[in-house]
Ligand binder design. Structure first.
Ligand code: FAD
Length: 470
């Protein structure tokens, strides 16, 4: 009899722990449960959902090459997963189910419910750890707690890493042709707004490994210098692929090791810095698992729940629409809305602008990002937002508030990025693009600053000082 492989955010046939385990046990039937209402309820928007759908289609083709049929079912909520999977197991005569674990709270609960249902039916449902080098809980402080700060987490990560943890899992061999046919894929969801990101983000494992190869060949060694410059394509642009598992962290790190003489923590500065970002990705997955309150919209640092966020709808709209009068903030927000992606430096600048300069609750920004980002992923997004808002693990200290104009001086000194996304400023000199005078604003119809940096900074400092720490 066959075994089921339930794909979720691990849409690849290579280096997939659960799939490799399933293939060892017999012919595999793959399953994907599309749970659009719940995913939309979490706030994922058209870009991510479209990329997800295209990723499943690419997976279906890759699986077909191995004679593994993909069954596709639509469900409304995670609550329907146990019964749906059990019905598939009965229809196919499967003896059990394999899947790779996901660590946010609702996903863990869903998987637990599936395991219970299968157990009662005398079938097995086996969760595998796959998404990160260490499973949450495996890497802990001397006291046995989850890390709250990145640097000691990263040190422990490097210290305890073994070759085995990064060893690539076997790709299944083609199996004999199945007697079950793959399901036709349903049409993409009806989107309120069409996706904007499709052209730049071809989905699937092949597109992901092409990107990885190009990044390491052409940009990896310049990463330390170029990673903060939004006008340069200096980063890997692999985040959407990593978020849905079209490529694994092991594949990324193995390829990096190949370029860096087998070393992770030393050697080429660019490659080492890049590998460190993958450790950040892992850190935030551990945070979500270890401190599940963050999955319930709570601040990591409890005392910051009392912060007097401002109710400023007009300010929020100006931020969303790229009309704050701060060119670097506006260029970044327009990049997000127009392309479904934003450069990391700009995510930090815009998130800090919303939560500090406008003193608007970071959760509103987190939701806006999740809706637009093609790489929208709960753990990294929540971690990044709580970092910027100084409410999270290892957060930016509240008194360190980026000056957006200084940031653009450092990271977009000629205003090249600004000119691309705020074209009304393109004709100005670099100085004008970064900080247009009142006259230039008037001439170009670019709005005045929505807040004064110094005054807004003081207001944020006061709000944070008013908190009592616990
Ligand atoms: P590279 O610089 O090439 O990095 C390689 C990979 O490392 C990335 O693809 C990503 O998987 C991981 N990574 C890099 N930086 C971080 C980080 N700070 N935290 C966690 N993982 C990281 N990343 C997401 O994948 N999804 C999100 O929803 C998301 N939201 C964010 C929100 C805010 C406010 C901030 C400050 C950061 C957010 N990030 C998010 C992290 C980071 O901005 C993106 O991963 C990165 O910009 C993606 O570009 P890249 O693939 O070229 O990254």
């Amino acid at each position: 009899s066959c075994v089921l492989m339930w794909f979720r955010s691990d849409l690849r046939v290579h280096d997939n722990t659960a799939l490799a385990a399933a293939a060892r046990q017999g012919p595999v039937v793959a399953v994907f449960l599309r749970c659009l209402p719940q995913w939309q309820g979490y706030g994922h928007g058209p870009n991510k959902l479209d990329f997800w759908g295209r990723g499943v289609a690419a997976l279906r083709d890759d699986l077909a090459g191995l004679n593994i049929p993909l069954l596709h079912r639509d469900i409304e909520t995670y609550d329907q997963a146990p019964a749906t999977l059990l019905a598939i197991a009965r229809e196919t005569g499967a003896k059990g189910l394999h899947f790779n674990r996901e660590y946010p709270l609702d996903e863990q609960r869903r998987d637990q419910a599936v395991a219970t249902t299968f157990d009662r039916a005398a079938l097995f449902a086996r969760g595998h750890h796959d998404a990160t080098a260490f499973a949450p809980g495996e890497l802990v402080t001397g006291k046995g707690d989850y890390f709250r700060v990145f640097t000691p987490f990263a040190k422990a990560w490097h210290r305890q890493l073994s070759d085995e943890r990064l060893a690539l899992r076997d790709t299944p061999r083609p199996q004999p042709p199945p007697d079950i046919a793959a399901d036709p894929l349903p049409p993409p969801p009806q989107a309120e707004e069409p996706p904007v990101s499709a052209r730049h983000w071809p989905a699937g494992a092949e597109a992901a490994s092409d990107r990885l190869e190009r990044f390491l060949r052409f940009r990896g060694r310049h990463y330390a210098r170029q990673r903060d410059m939004p006008a340069v394509s200096g980063t890997s642009e692999l985040s959407p692929y990593l978020a849905l598992g079209m490529i694994s962290h092991r594949q990324c790190l193995q390829a990096m090791l190949g370029e860096n003489h087998g070393r992770l923590g030393e050697g080429d500065a660019g490659l080492v810095a890049w590998a460190n970002e993958l450790v950040w990705r892992e850190f935030y997955q551990h945070v979500a698992a270890g401190f599940p309150r963050v999955c319930r919209h709570h601040a990591f640092q409890r005392h910051t729940e009392a912060l007097a966020w401002r109710d400023d709808d007009a300010g929020f709209r100006a931020w969303c629409e790229g009309r704050t009068g701060y060119p670097i903030v506006d260029a970044a927000m327009r990049q997000l809305v127009q392309t479904g992606w934003m450069h990391n430096r700009l995510r930090m600048i815009t998130a800090m602008f919303l939560s500090k300069h406008l003193l608007i609750d970071w959760r509103r920004g987190e939701a806006f990002f999740l809706y637009h980002l093609v790489d929208g992923e709960f753990c990294a997004n929540n971690g990044g937002w709580q970092w910027a808002a100084s409410t999270g693990t290892d957060a930016a200290p509240y008194f360190r508030i980026f000056n957006p104009t200084t940031q653009s001086n450092r990271f977009d000194p000629d205003g090249t990025f600004i000119a691309e996304f705020v074209p009304e400023l393109a004709a100005l000199s670099p100085k004008g693009r970064l900080a247009p005078s009142s006259e230039q604003r008037h001439q170009t119809r670019y709005p005045p600053p929505i807040v004064d940096h110094k005054a807004a900074r003081l207001r944020a400092l006061d709000a944070f000082k008013a908190l009592t720490t616990d």
